[in-house]
Design a protein around this ligand. Structure first.
Ligand code: PLP
Length: 243
């Protein structure tokens, strides 16, 4: 939720296109996959095309000749009358979800309000429990005018606190942690060759915050299945590790 021009808006409704991911660790899941949404009919058509190999044809799977011009138009440098079902107007992908995924997603959607509430509750509880060590760890806070449904609880070690020590304390107690995923992308082996040649990308300023996040930041989950007891245990282990 976000407040824009005095109005409360859901994040996916801001801008021309919204996206959601339905990976298992996320707010709702379909196993894998995600969704793209827009209220712009032209963008919707382009998005559907890109999902569907880049096809120009808008017929649903199993449907034929909705436009009644399947064999009588000319596109690109194709011969006149080339089957419109196999005309590609974009460089696309095959990103269709299956019916089974959709069924899971539909059931998950009905549980979303309770998931959102529980994620907020878990976040608030962990945040309150970690206030006494806020000189050791930078605690996450919502941006002004926003009311997030938190994905996770992001912690950045302050000077004198070793991330490796805190992370291994948590992991050794069966509490999963993650870095802030890739950190600084440019430091990864996939950039080795580009880094040597110095070509292929450019950097704006010194990436100080990105590098800090790469070195000092990690996260723990706030997923709805966590009980108050589990959250309190996480807080205890973190507190002990930083002291
Ligand atoms: C699509 C997708 N795959 C994989 C991951 C990484 O998850 P894990 O660390 O559980 O492998 C994420 C993280 O959010 C993700 O969004």
């Amino acid at each position: 939720m976000y407040e824009l021009d005095g109005q409360q808006r859901l994040t996916g409704t801001i801008g021309d296109i919204g996206t959601s991911s339905f990976y298992p660790a996320h707010h709702i899941t379909m196993g894998e996959g995600g969704a793209v949404y827009t209220n712009n009919p032209l963008l919707a058509r382009i998005i559907l095309s890109m999902r569907d190999w880049g096809r120009d044809c808008m017929c649903a799977p199993g449907q034929d000749n909705l436009c009644d011009h399947r064999f009588d138009k000319q596109y690109g440098e194709l011969p006149v009358g080339y089957d419109h079902k196999y005309v590609y107007s974009h460089m696309g992908y095959n990103l269709k979800v299956t019916d089974m995924q959709a069924a899971i997603g539909f059931a998950q959607l009905q549980k979303l309000p309770s998931f959102v509430a529980r994620r907020r509750h878990n976040f608030e509880r962990l945040s309150a429990a970690l206030q006494p060590v806020r000189d050791k760890l930078l605690l996450p806070e919502a941006c002004p005018n926003s009311m997030p449904s938190w994905f996770s609880f992001l912690l950045t070690c302050q000077e004198g606190v070793k991330r490796d020590h805190v992370v291994s304390a948590l992991e050794s107690k069966g509490i999963q942690t993650r870095m802030l995923f890739a950190g600084n992308l440019l430091c990864h082996p996939c950039f080795d060759r580009l880094r040597v040649s110095g070509a292929g990308y450019r950097i704006i300023r010194d990436l100080a915050n990105t590098n800090r996040i790469m070195r000092e930041t990690f996260l723990v989950g706030v997923y709805p299945g966590l009980t108050d007891g589990m959250i309190d245990f996480m807080a205890e282990v973190i507190t002990e590790a930083v002291r």
